[in-house]
Ligand binder design. Sequence first.
Ligand SMILES: NC(=O)c1ccc[n+]([C@@H]2O[C@H](COP(=O)([O-])OP(=O)(O)OC[C@H]3O[C@@H](n4cnc5c(N)ncnc54)[C@H](O)[C@@H]3O)[C@@H](O)[C@H]2O)c1
Length: 254
Amino acid sequence: MIKNFAGKVALITGAASGLGRATALLFAEHGAKVIVSDITIDGGHETVKMIQDKGGDATFIECNVANEESVNTLISKTVETYGRLDYGINNAGIGGIWTATHKYPTDNFEKVMAINTTGVFMCMRAELEVMTKQGSGAIVNVSSVAGLSGFPNNVAYAASKHAVVGMTKSAGLEYAKKGIRVNAVCPVFTITPLVTGMFDVIGDDMKDKLEASIPMKRFGKPEEIADAIVWLCSDASSFITGHALPIDGGIMAG
Ligand SMILES: NC(=O)c1ccc[n+]([C@@H]2O[C@H](COP(=O)([O-])OP(=O)(O)OC[C@H]3O[C@@H](n4cnc5c(N)ncnc54)[C@H](O)[C@@H]3O)[C@@H](O)[C@H]2O)c1
């Protein structure tokens, strides 16, 4: 893997926690300047401090990805701060409630779509605007195995993550000749606050069944997802675009 991102600028949404934080730390470790963005202010500053404590360069910018003005301000402040944008990691997302499809409330469905789908769309659109002018860039959208297969009792989450794959493929094709690559990662359950919160709801029995259903018989680690995201931004993946990469201990091979 080419690990030298010196002089490059990476923006990660949802970087106050979980996969986003792990990805921000890894980009900084590889020499990128990092914009840590999140709706959660304390956690965002914590991620920045973790990077700075290791000698890295990072800045926190608050953003609600479901709000168009907030997203556009995030991108313009990123360029103001570091002068360019090389990597856009559209990671911010929520889980949605767990209930049967015939009981699923419209307001929750719309909330999940606003953050997980429209949020990714608006971030990607603003990132592409900058990257098109630069003539270079790489975007990684964070989907899920629930973006590739059904997810019983969470219709909103599955719909939102399938849409992310559709947007990734479309943009991948559109910008393929313009020096910009657009890919997605599709993780299975990975131990982050989002998933531990879900385990609290579904209980230990179901958690054990889920773990047993993964061919590698374990959940993912945030660092394993960050590794794939950083690789998808590196020159080591220079011929890959429009791809939705499962990171799933083998589950999608079944
Ligand atoms: N952990 C998993 O098992 C898993 C699996 C597949 C996909 N994902 C996806 O990975 C991404 C990160 O999830 P995670 O597991 O690290 O969860 P997490 O809850 O640890 O982190 C999500 C972050 O997104 C932020 N966020 C939520 N709403 C936001 C908004 N409107 N604007 C800006 N930021 C917002 C939260 O504040 C939080 O810091 C999500 O898109 C999630 O759907 C996670």
